[in-house]
Write a protein of this length. Structure first.
Length: 254
């Protein structure tokens, strides 16, 4: 598989604090790659650097053979990079439908889309995430889970190649979390996505990801298959905790 994203020695500091320090990795087309780390490890800062919300102090980011390190977020979006947010960021005074229409008009196919086409595609993505019946409801009146699904619909409406999923499990009950996981897996299959998934629930990434990157204090701690990461002593000490090995071993023996 060819690499869709190459990250080389990305570094970002805020004042005297280095939030991300010389992190490098590749993501191949069609992969699901997980990102884990304790609170304050630099996960969100790294995603913000990759998506263009922040610019790196040094290092390079390459997508599909083009350097995007200094590109603005909308330029990266038009190249096929999209994201969801850990804390949903709706347009509260827009309906669910118009929220997704806005994304459809700003994405990779923007030059070829009129409003009617964007509305038709927005309807499709709302149906996909189960919000078609809420299409005329203002975003501010949706439930938290529905806002999570609206985030996903908006991201998909930009027709991405590479989708960043930022802690979609946070704040969901087990039933909602299960629905979200299956929906993301279905989106990957149906839309041919590459997924970079930031998540605190390790069990989710054990099932969903082919590879996991662990970071700590802004630096890459380890990288490997879910099994390798789950049994990595440094990752257990920094993030998973000593009880993880016992729990994981018991589950594998069951």
């Amino acid at each position: 598989m060819s690499e869709i994203l190459k990250v080389r020695n990305i570094t970002k500091s805020f004042g005297g604090l280095t939030a991300v320090n010389k992190i490098s990795f590749d993501i191949s087309s069609g992969e699901t790659v997980g990102l884990i780390g304790p609170n304050g490890a630099g996960k969100t800062t790294l995603v913000n650097l990759l998506c263009g919300s922040y610019y790196a102090d040094s290092g390079e980011i390459e997508m599909d053979g083009k350097f995007i390190t200094r590109m603005k977020p909308y330029q990266r979006c038009r190249m096929g990079l999209s994201r969801t947010y850990q804390i949903p960021r709706p347009f509260p005074e827009l309906t669910a439908l118009m929220s997704v229409v806005t994304s459809a008009l700003c994405g990779k196919k923007r030059a070829n889309r009129g409003f009617d086409d964007a509305a038709a595609e927005a309807t499709h993505y709302l149906e996909f995430v189960g919000l078609f019946s809420k299409r005329n409801i203002l975003a501010r009146d949706l439930t938290f889970f529905e806002l999570r699904m609206l985030e996903l619909a908006r991201a998909l409406a930009t027709t991405p190649k590479l989708l960043f999923v930022d802690e979609v499990m946070a704040g969901l009950n087990p039933g909602e979390a299960n629905r979200a996981v299956h929906l993301i897996a279905r989106a990957k299959e149906e839309f041919g996505l590459t997924i970079f998934w930031i998540e605190h629930v390790m069990a989710v990434l054990m099932e969903a990801a082919e590879r996991i990157i662990a970071i700590h204090f802004g630096e890459k701690l380890a990288e490997g298959t879910p099994e390798e990461i789950a049994n990595n002593d440094k990752v257990i000490e920094a993030y998973l905790g000593s009880g993880w090995r016992k729990t994981n071993s018991a589950e594998q023996s069951a």
